[in-house]
Ligand binder design. Structure first.
Ligand code: FRU
Length: 482
């Protein structure tokens, strides 16, 4: 019999039933991480949006709760964020601090009228279990802008104001507020900079520390919607710069991508991670608008990426956002095999049997003189995903054309490639779950996130080298039995 659940991930959040897209309202509060998400509870394709809700102690194992926000007369509930109003600036919390959700109300248009997008509030006194919509909704509207959505709000210490970044067509508008209710336009960012290959969506603005320096910079994430003119579908870019409480100024002029795979979109970071923890953690929707509605799962659709800790690193005189799966993931894996000092000669491969519902590969590879090397991850006898490193072009390529079901979309079989810097010594961390592969190179310097739909997670891995030798200086393979 056909196993409808065979693609269900073990280590990634997916809804029990029906459709999911963007992560919303990511926040830590009172010992719990909250994940809200764009959700259609009536069908497994996109439709009238609600906010689904899940909580977790470690961001890996999630418990799905009741739907948090339902559509109302102002519209359906599009993407947004949550904050803890510690100082009761809003007046919603006379007794003790609680959570406020700031989200987009989306009202469909008619033959005569265009759709309307406005920003609204809801608040919760019971750790997000139930929500009251603010009676003064919406709190922010615009008379001409039709794309006016996805508010991400944070408290700015220096100016003692709330800041909202909002996607407004192909720019990001920044607003400020003393109380989450009254908003004032501060500035607009994006004209003449960055990629404009689609409508701008789901911004996030936060500070990151440059590794080994203590220096801090502001980083703006901007997701770009799918435009059929371009092959890539939806993806996320970022800008590094400064923010003075009013204006964000980018330092980089070239386009920088958060992820080089097809399946990491609309990622935003958790609010209110405690200061003594200090991490900036984000996760994305692990799909692509190009085929999200067609992926071959049944009864449920979509999953999130692993949560990842962000930092900045100087690589070859360029500042990059780097990302690593959160350390909470480690406890889910058991080491199965050590790989130390393993030489793979030209034209040879080393094959290891490995069985697990999720598998992790960590490999520090020294390239002696190989012209091409990599891994063939065999899901079954006939299905595999191939990761190739090309030291000549400095690329890592993920090929999923034989990875299982692929024919639900014309674009799914296309190669995914990323430029990596040092190909004579490469550190790989690869996490394979039932229907995804996440590749991190050189301790998170480059990430490539990709869905796959094999019949089984993994049976075997072969590490190969062509026209020259490589050595696995050290590494291991781990598996999870959940
Ligand atoms: C991004 C997005 C957001 C919008 C939501 C609707 O994937 O298009 O801009 O709020 O999805 O579900």
């Amino acid at each position: 019999t056909y196993n409808l659940e065979k693609y269900r991930p073990n280590l990634h959040f997916a809804p029990q039933k029906n459709w999911m897209n963007d992560p919303n309202g990511l926040i830590y509060f009172n010992g719990e991480y909250h994940l809200f998400f764009q959700h259609n509870p009536h069908d497994s394709i996109w439709g009238p949006m609600h906010w689904g809700h899940a909580v977790s102690k470690d961001m890996i194992t999630w418990e799905e709760l009741e739907i948090a926000l339902y559509p109302d007369e102002l519209g359906t509930i599009f993407s947004g964020s949550t904050v803890v109003d510690w100082n009761n600036t809003s007046g919603f919390f006379p007794d003790e601090p609680g959570m406020v959700a700031i989200f987009t109300h989306h009202l469909d248009g008619t033959d005569q009228t265009p759709p309307v997008q406005t920003q609204s509030l809801a608040y919760s006194h019971d750790k997000g279990r139930t929500w009251t919509k603010y009676e003064g909704n919406p709190v922010l509207k615009h008379s001409t802008k039709l794309d006016f959505r996805d508010p991400k709000v944070f408290w700015h210490d220096q100016t003692e104001k709330w800041i909202m970044v909002l996607a407004t067509g192909q720019t990001i508008s920044l607003y400020s507020s003393p109380n989450l209710i009254d908003w004032q336009l501060e500035s607009e960012f994006g004209e003449g900079i960055g990629s404009h290959d689609g409508v701008w969506e789901c911004p996030d603005l936060f500070e990151l520390t440059v590794e080994n320096s203590g220096e801090k910079k502001w980083v703006l994430f901007v997701s770009i919607g799918d435009d059929p003119q371009f092959e890539s579908g939806s993806r996320t870019q970022y800008f590094i710069g400064s923010f003075d409480g009013s204006t964000f100024t980018a330092e980089n002029n070239e386009i920088q991508w958060v992820d080089f795979g097809k399946d990491n979109y609309a990622g935003v970071s958790f609010s209110d991670v405690p200061k003594d923890d200090g991490r900036r953690i984000y996760l994305g929707w692990m799909s692509n608008w190009r085929y999200a509605n067609q992926v071959p799962t049944e009864g449920w659709r979509s999953q999130m990426t692993l949560p990842r800790t962000l930092a900045l690193r100087n690589i070859e005189d360029k500042l990059l956002v780097v990302q690593r799966p959160v350390k909470e993931l480690d406890q889910y894996f058991v080491k199965k095999l050590d790989l130390n000092d393993v030489t793979i000669k030209s034209g040879e491969q080393k094959t290891y049997n490995i069985d697990g519902s999720s598998v992790e590969f960590v490999l520090n590879i020294e390239n002696m003189n190989s012209k091409e090397y990599g891994l063939v991850i065999a899901h079954t006898e006939t299905q595999n995903t191939v990761i190739t490193i090309d030291p000549i072009t400095n690329q890592l390529i993920v090929d999923r054309k034989n990875s299982g079901q692929v024919d639900f979309s014309e674009n799914f079989s296309n190669r995914q490639e990323m430029k990596i810097n040092t190909t004579d010594h490469v550190n790989l961390r690869i996490i394979l779950d039932a229907s995804s592969i996440e590749v991190f190179v050189n301790d998170g310097a480059y990430a490539l996130t990709s869905l796959i739909f094999p019949d089984k997670t993994c049976e075997q891995v072969s590490i190969f080298s062509s026209a020259g030798d490589i050595k696995i200086a050290n590494g291991y393979i781990s598996a999870s039995e959940s």
